[in-house]
Unconditional design. Structure first.
Length: 379
C-alpha cells in the first residue's frame, strides 16, 4: 500500500483561500491556459492611512558554496545554494520511502519540480504524491511572475480547484527576485547540509562539468535518517548542485510531511538540475481563468484572492468603493442594474454586460472594508 501525505500547511492554505472567498469553489476548465488577473488600468487615487505595512521584502540571495579545491572536502549549507545566480534553470527532486508495519509494507512517493527564470521573472513549483494505483491523490502547483501574482491548484479526490493569490501589499509590480527557491512546506534546505563530503573525481553530468563527492551519515548532518550513502555533483563553474543521489535505512522521511512518528524503513532521493541559463519558459497554470479577470480594483486594495469567478480583496475608505465601481464599470462597457442597496453596513451594486452579471458587495468596517465581486450569468 502506498501513502501520499499532504502537509497540514497545505490544508491551512486551502482554508485561508476558502475563508477569503466565502467558501465558494469553482472547478475550472482545463482546456485554456490561465491568465493572471490584470492590474487595473483605471484606478481612483486614495489617501492612505498614516501607518501602513510595507510589502515584505523577498528572500535574500543565497550565497554560492565556497569554492572547494579539487581533491578537497565539500561543505554545503543547502542544495539550492547559488541557484539565484543563474538566469534560468529546472530542478527535480524525487523521493520514496517505505516501511513495514503490522506485516504490511507501506510506501510514500514525492515528486517535486521547480522551473525558474530571472528575465522575465517567473517560477513554477509542482508537488505531487502517488499511491499504489499510480494516480495522484494530492498535488500542489504554484505559479508566480514579476507582479507577485500567483495561482494555486489542488488536485485531490478527483477534484481540481484554482485560486489566484496576490501577496503584494498593493497591486504594483513587486521588485523582488522570485527566481530563488519558493515553497510553502518543502524547501531544499530541509534536505540538510553537508560537511566533509569526499572528492571522487571530475566528470560531466547533465552536460555540466562537475566535481563528484561521496558522503555518509556523518557528512550528511542528518542523524534522523540513520545509515546514509550519498553522491553529489557540484558544478565546477558556479558551485551549484547538479545532481544528488541518496539512499538511507533508518528514520522516516521528515521533509515537512505528516509521517507517523517512530516508524523506520528505507528510502532514497534524487536531485537533478538541468538547463542552467537555458531556454526555460514559465507558462501560466492551465484551467485557472476567471470571469473577474480585467475588472478594476480600487487603488490601495490588497490581499486579493480569486477563486473561480469570485474576487475578494480589502480596501481603505470603503465608502468610496461603490462610487468607484459605478464609474469604472460603466466606463468598461458594463451597465448598472438598479440602484445600490445597503443594509447593516453591507452595500451591493450590480452590473450587466454581454449576458453576464457582476455583483459588487462592500462590507464596511472601521478602517478596512471587504470587497467581493462575483460574476454569474445574467438572469
Amino acid at each position: 500500500m502506498k501513502r501520499a501525505w499532504i502537509p497540514g500547511t497545505l490544508m491551512l492554505l486551502i482554508a485561508l483561500v476558502l475563508a477569503g472567498c466565502g467558501g465558494q469553489i469553482a472547478a475550472p476548465a482545463t482546456s485554456e491556459p490561465a491568465k493572471p488577473a490584470a492590474v487595473p488600468t483605471a484606478t481612483e487615487q486614495m489617501a492612505e492611512p498614516t501607518a501602513t505595512v510595507e510589502p515584505t521584502a523577498g528572500p535574500a540571495p543565497t550565497a554560492a558554496p565556497e569554492p572547494t579545491a579539487v581533491g578537497g572536502d565539500l561543505t554545503l549549507d543547502s542544495r539550492d545554494a547559488g541557484l539565484d545566480q543563474l538566469k534560468s534553470y529546472r530542478v527535480t527532486w524525487k523521493a520514496d520511502w517505505e516501511t513495514t508495519k503490522d506485516g504490511k509494507t507501506e510506501q510514500a512517493v514525492w515528486d517535486w519540480l521547480l522551473e525558474s527564470t530571472a528575465d522575465p521573472v517567473g517560477s513554477l513549483t509542482v508537488w505531487k504524491g502517488a499511491d499504489a494505483s499510480g494516480s495522484a491523490p494530492g498535488s500542489w502547483e504554484h505559479w508566480e511572475d514579476g507582479n507577485n501574482a500567483g495561482y494555486v491548484s489542488i488536485d485531490a479526490d478527483g477534484k481540481r480547484t484554482c485560486a489566484s493569490l496576490w501577496n503584494a501589499r498593493y497591486f504594483t509590480p513587486a521588485k523582488r527576485n522570485v527566481s530563488s527557491i519558493p515553497g510553502l512546506f518543502f524547501l531544499p534546505r530541509m534536505l540538510g547540509s553537508l560537511s566533509g563530503a569526499k572528492y571522487a573525481g571530475t566528470e560531466t553530468v547533465n552536460g555540466i562539468r562537475s566535481n563528484r563527492y561521496t558522503y555518509d551519515e556523518k557528512a550528511a548532518n542528518r542523524a534522523d535518517l540513520g545509515k546514509v550513502t550519498g553522491e553529489i555533483w557540484v558544478a565546477a563553474d558556479g558551485g551549484y548542485v547538479v545532481k544528488d543521489t541518496v539512499s538511507w535505512e533508518g528514520g522516516a522521511i521528515p521533509f515537512g510531511a505528516e509521517t507517523p512518528t517512530g516508524e523506520s524503513g528505507k528510502g532514497s532521493w534524487t536531485w537533478e538540475l538541468t538547463d542552467p541559463n537555458g531556454a526555460v519558459t514559465i507558462p501560466p497554470l492551465a484551467g485557472c481563468d476567471s470571469a473577474t479577470n480585467g475588472l478594476p480594483v480600487i487603488s490601495g486594495g490588497y490581499q486579493k484572492t480569486v477563486t473561480g469567478d469570485v474576487m475578494v480583496y480589502q480596501a481603505f475608505h470603503g465608502e468610496k468603493v461603490v462610487p468607484f465601481y459605478q464609474k469604472e464599470m460603466v466606463a468598461g462597457g458594463w451597465k448598472q442594474s438598479g440602484e445600490p442597496t445597503s443594509k447593516d453596513g453591507v452595500t451591493t451594486v450590480a452590473f450587466t454586460k454581454d449576458g453576464q452579471k457582476a455583483s459588487v458587495t462592500v462590507t464596511s468596517k472601521a478602517q478596512i472594508s471587504d470587497v467581493m465581486i462575483e460574476v454569474t450569468k445574467a438572469q
